[in-house]
Design a protein around this ligand. Structure first.
Ligand SMILES: NC(=O)c1ccc[n+]([C@@H]2O[C@H](COP(=O)([O-])OP(=O)(O)OC[C@H]3O[C@@H](n4cnc5c(N)ncnc54)[C@H](O)[C@@H]3O)[C@@H](O)[C@H]2O)c1
Length: 279
């Protein structure tokens, strides 16, 4: 029997992609789920996919600290207990350091870093009180490997890894009944890259034909794993109590590559980038 059966699991960014697939997988294994997103239509569709499962669905911007605090209280009151929180909501963005505005960094940090920290802080007392808790924070392959023109994303994903590993050590040292996992997905076939391009256009940023071509190439060649498979790997990792959950061979191989050549891997990454630009 699945160890998440009967547990109350919170999933942020559940209106699409990995978050939606996580909610579906957790419900399939018998969990009760609290789902949230800023995308009402996406959230409604996820709730529909959860069928007969016990579901709490609410709009939530993870970057809004007060809203996340009230949300945690509302979920705890609704179910009477909270066992697991999956801080999954995230956004991508591509722009060089020279061209980036501080607003670009603030927008990405609000969701990818503060969102994870708000979700962890607000739910941690409930997760500890459950007596059998788990905090699951979604980083990325880009929490292990940095790529050019992705300083916003890479900074947050490396930080999520540091925050989560520190929290894990803290829970172990204090002997709290809480497991902590950081998740590093490789390429998963979701809306993340399309949403980033759409957002850049909405912001009136210059999007060249070259950017569009590179976007198509990136989406087609790199974002390949089915989100349902990614969710199964993540929940299996949670059930096994893994500290570090690598999702996909791309994540595993590139992580090993970075650890093998920590000072030189960026040269390789830059060469691949130049080749992709020349295609
Ligand atoms: N898809 C990949 O290849 C990949 C790889 C590595 C890591 N990840 C990470 O996985 C997580 C999920 O991404 P995905 O690929 O499923 O993307 P996605 O775009 O399909 O889903 C992300 C969801 O987060 C929601 N969201 C955005 N801003 C929000 C906010 N302020 N508050 C609440 N919800 C918000 C979006 O509405 C969307 O429903 C992210 O943290 C992402 O960085 C994805």
């Amino acid at each position: 029997m699945s160890s998440v059966r009967g547990k109350v699991c919170v999933v942020t960014g559940a209106g699409s992609g990995i978050g939606r697939a996580l909610a579906v997988e957790l419900a399939r294994r018998g969990a009760r789920v609290a789902i949230s997103d800023v995308d009402d239509a996406g959230l409604e569709e996820t709730a529909r996919l959860l069928g007969d499962a016990e579901v709490h669905a609410q709009r939530l911007d993870v970057g809004d600290r007060d809203a996340v605090q009230s949300y945690a209280a509302a979920v705890a009151q609704h179910f009477g207990v909270v066992h697991q929180v999956y801080n999954n909501a995230g956004i991508a963005f591509r722009r060089s350091v020279l061209e980036s505005e501080y607003d670009d960094y603030e927008r990405v940090f609000a969701v990818n870093l503060w969102g994870v920290m708000h979700g962890t802080k607000a739910f941690l007392p409930h997760v500890i009180a459950s007596g059998d808790g788990h905090v699951v924070n979604v980083s990325s392959l880009n929490g292990c490997l940095a790529q050019p023109e992705m300083t916003h994303y890479c900074t947050t994903k490396f930080a999520v890894r540091g925050f989560t590993e520190s929290l894990r050590a803290e829970m172990l040292a204090a002997r709290h009944p809480v497991q902590v996992s950081v998740v590093h997905p490789g390429g998963v076939r979701t809306n993340i890259a399309d949403s980033a391009l759409k957002k850049a256009k909405e912001l009136g940023l210059p999007v060249t034909a070259d950017d569009e071509r590179r976007h198509k190439l990136y989406t087609k060649k790199l974002l390949r794993m089915d989100p349902a498979q990614a969710a199964r790997i993540i929940v299996d990792g949670v059930e096994a109590g893994r500290a570090r959950i690598m999702v996909g061979n791309d994540a595993r191989l590139l992580d090993a590559f970075v650890r093998l050549l920590p000072a030189r891997y960026t040269k390789f990454v830059a060469a691949v980038e130049r080749r992709a630009a020349a295609l």
